[in-house]
Design a protein around this ligand. Structure first.
Ligand SMILES: *[C@@H]1O[C@H](CO)[C@@H](O)[C@H](O)[C@H]1NC(C)=O
Ligand SMILES: *[C@@H]1O[C@H](CO)[C@@H](O)[C@H](O)[C@H]1NC(C)=O
Ligand SMILES: *[C@@H]1O[C@H](CO)[C@@H](O)[C@H](O)[C@H]1NC(C)=O
Length: 425
């Protein structure tokens, strides 16, 4: 079984005992009111089907997994159910060239992102998808298009689509999103030369910390740079606000990217959700000018600011990078502390306690301990590949973490207080 999925599933529950026979690598595993929705790569012919929750039997027919699941389990994909539809971020083809954010199933028409348009996507790697307000937000990393550099630079993004989008007119964006917009995530350390953590690896869901809806993101530097990882926190309200700001454009292939002056943006504002009862109550009745604008201007000018102006956790110069994360907002005896568990490329888990510090939005972190996760008795030979942590899951009921390695599953306790007399305080 392949395991990048479980952290996105709203209620993953206990791990499904293998095997789910026809699906091979499982790439989508979502829990909904009628049971489980599962997609698998099925030997390069992706398929999806519903399964009953308790007996894990297939319920009804299977459907094609195309645009819901990649052909190859190494390609990233994310999925979320909302308003009766399945929203996925994945690649549709064998060579992973056609990246897509796709809506399917349910009563709304199927919609996708524009095909082979590097303004919409450039080699994206999807990390997570969350529902918030009228939108679905997708977190991913991709090659930047907005810098004037010869070398390729990877950046992290958040994109969103309206859940009520019905697609464009017959002339522009037919069967495609009219509300797809994206912005860069700014995870950086302030200083004379701003230092950026550009590669997003994991996010939390939407959490409520001190009255704010926030998303935590785990980032790293690129492989050829100073090794470093950081956790940055984004306020969903501030994040949504960036999508109300200016659009970015490149006037000609030679020119640099600049913000679009307000007076050149058509009305109604491109990329918004159609409002029932208004003049344009459905996205397919929008003027062509508006649809053409959003088709050619998916990128916002401003970056999403990080809460508190600095990362909440920074680790640099380690021998490894941190690539997986789970957040426990109900830690401690009073269940009112927030603890981050960050999984490393060496198969260990680092624990940090978040400490609110003075200002309403600033936090600092206290490093608690590093726990060995890899267990040669269960996982076989101890090699760097075998130690690549694929997925990390918190099982609150048993106070344990589940660690998925390429060849084994390991369970470790979330706290080992008996080893540390001081931590009881
Ligand atoms: C699975 O169940 C969900 C929710 O009832 C439904 O929307 C979807 O169409 C079903 N999928 C298949 C493949 O039957
Ligand atoms: C990122 O945020 C910092 C302030 O926290 C700001 O100084 C910097 O200009 C921002 N970078 C980008 C690319 O927006
Ligand atoms: C957690 O709750 C306890 C008891 O109600 C309180 O004393 C403590 O300050 C709280 N801690 C935090 C971090 O809110």
């Amino acid at each position: 079984m392949w395991l990048s999925l479980t952290s996105h599933a709203p209620h993953p529950g206990p791990l499904i005992p293998p095997p789910l026979p026809p699906l091979l690598y499982v790439c989508v595993l979502l829990s909904h009111h009628d049971g489980l929705f599962v997609c698998g790569t099925n030997a390069f012919n992706p398929l999806c089907a519903n399964y009953t929750r308790d007996s894990l039997e297939m319920a009804g027919e299977s459907v094609s997994g195309m645009a819901r699941c990649p052909y190859d389990p190494r390609h990233a994909n994310v999925a979320v159910f909302a308003e009766g539809s399945l929203f996925t971020g994945t690649v549709t083809d064998f060579l992973a060239i056609d990246a897509v954010i796709y809506r399917s199933l349910g009563d709304s028409p199927a919609l996708r992102t524009v095909k082979h348009d590097s303004k919409w996507f450039r080699e994206p790697f999807f990390v997570s998808a969350v529902e918030w307000g009228p939108h679905i937000y997708f977190f991913f990393r991709e090659m930047a298009m907005e810098f004037h550099h010869l070398e390729k630079v990877m950046v992290s993004r958040v994109a969103r689509v309206c859940k009520t989008d019905l697609g464009g007119s017959q002339r522009v964006l037919e069967k495609q999103w009219t509300s797809y917009l994206k912005a860069r995530l700014n995870c950086s350390v302030p200083g004379d030369s701003h230092f950026y953590f550009n590669l997003l690896h994991a996010t939390s869901g939407v959490l409520h910390l001190q009255g704010r809806a926030v998303v935590l993101g785990l980032f790293s530097t690129p492989p050829n740079s100073i090794p470093g990882s950081a956790v940055c926190v984004f306020d969903m309200q501030q994040l949504a606000h960036v999508f109300e700001g200016r659009f970015k454009e490149q006037k000609s292939p030679e020119s640099i990217w600049t913000p679009v002056p307000d007076e050149l943006v058509p009305r109604p504002r491109p990329g918004g959700c159609a409002v029932e009862g208004s003049r344009f109550s459905s996205s397919n009745s929008l003027p062509d000018e508006v649809l053409n604008f959003v088709k050619t201007h998916p990128l916002m000018d401003e970056t999403v600011p990080l809460l508190g102006h600095r990362p909440w956790v920074v680790r640099t110069m380690g021998r490894y990078q941190l690539t997986t994360m789970v957040v426990d907002t109900e830690a401690g005896p009073q269940r009112n502390r927030t603890v981050l568990f960050l999984g490393s490329t060496r198969g260990t888990v680092l624990k940090f306690l978040m400490v609110p510090s003075g200002e309403p939005v600033a936090h600092s972190s206290v490093f608690l301990e590093e726990v060995e996760g890899f267990n040669p008795e269960k996982c076989g030979e101890d090699t760097p590949q075998a130690r690549q942590l694929l997925s990390l899951l918190l099982d609150r009921s048993s106070h344990t973490l589940l660690l998925a390695f390429p060849s084994c599953l390991v369970r470790v306790p979330t706290s080992r207080c008996h080893l540390h007399a001081r931590c009881m305080k």
